[in-house]
Design a protein around this ligand. Structure first.
Ligand code: F6R
Length: 234
């Protein structure tokens, strides 16, 4: 794992955007794996800025998001589909038909998980995967567990994640208890990975990067990836 330490979140956005820009210029129909949450926001702002100034063209870009809450319709302000439209897709020249987020309202969530993995495969696999990391080391919503969860699946959010995400809801009771998350397999099959982390994730990132590779700290699996870059605020 390569680590780039930056001074603040603006620098985090710029450095991560430099990587995105160069990958998009190399392959204008890139399949991007995307994340939600607070940490990627400076990156998304910078990508919008580079689109507005004519530096990045999103017209050929395709995207797959990591996760979605079960039970939230796409128009819900806390759904991850809404987040992506609001924070990136509505502001750049991407074709929304080429943007994919798991369907949290699917009648059969297990079938939706299989559809999502097949979709990623049919799109040729992820070229560049953006990740954040949970305080407990989760990737997407792959929570600490006894085993790495390979495929896209429905998972039960841990109390720690529900508490962390309750800041976006009226209270913790409003946070959905289930989510669909891309599994570790698709993440690890991504050709390139960029993980962004704020200063508040220092402890867990130290464990993930320097400790044992263990499903109890899902982000530790990135030690096995051949092209993973951590962009972290010191
Ligand atoms: C969200 C996701 C999560 C977040 C993580 C960190 O799509 O995949 O793993 O990246 O919970 O969230 P923030 O950036 O809000 O601290």
């Amino acid at each position: 794992m390569k680590q780039i330490l930056v001074k603040n979140t603006d620098d985090l956005g710029r450095i991560a955007a430099d990587i995105f820009e160069s990958e998009i210029k190399n392959k204008p129909d890139l399949l991007l794996g995307l994340a939600t949450g607070s940490t990627p926001l400076p990156l998304y702002r910078e990508l919008i800025n580079r689109y507005e100034t004519g530096v990045i063209d999103f017209s050929g870009i395709r995207t797959v998001n990591l996760d979605e809450y079960v039970g939230l319709p796409r128009a819900h302000v806390q759904s991850y589909r809404y987040f992506m439209d609001d924070n990136l897709f509505n502001h750049v020249n991407i074709d929304k038909a080429n943007t994919h987020v798991p369907d949290g309202m699917a009648d059969d969530p297990a079938a939706e998980c299989m559809r999502y993995d097949a979709l990623i495969d049919s799109l040729g696999g992820i070229d560049l995967q953006l990740l954040g990391v949970g305080y407990n080391g989760h990737l997407g919503f792959n929570e600490p567990d006894d085993v790495f969860s390979a495929n896209t699946q429905v998972i039960k959010l841990t109390d720690s994640t529900i508490q962390a995400n309750s800041r976006f809801f009226e209270n913790a009771d409003e946070v959905p208890k289930l989510a669909i998350t891309m599994g570790i397999k698709q993440i690890m099959l991504a050709k390139k990975i960029v993980l962004v982390a704020g200063t508040e994730k220092k402890d867990i990132m130290n464990k993930a990067m320097n400790g044992d590779i263990s499903p109890l700290i899902p982000a530790s699996v990135l030690q096995l990836h051949r092209d993973a870059t951590i962009v972290r605020v010191e």
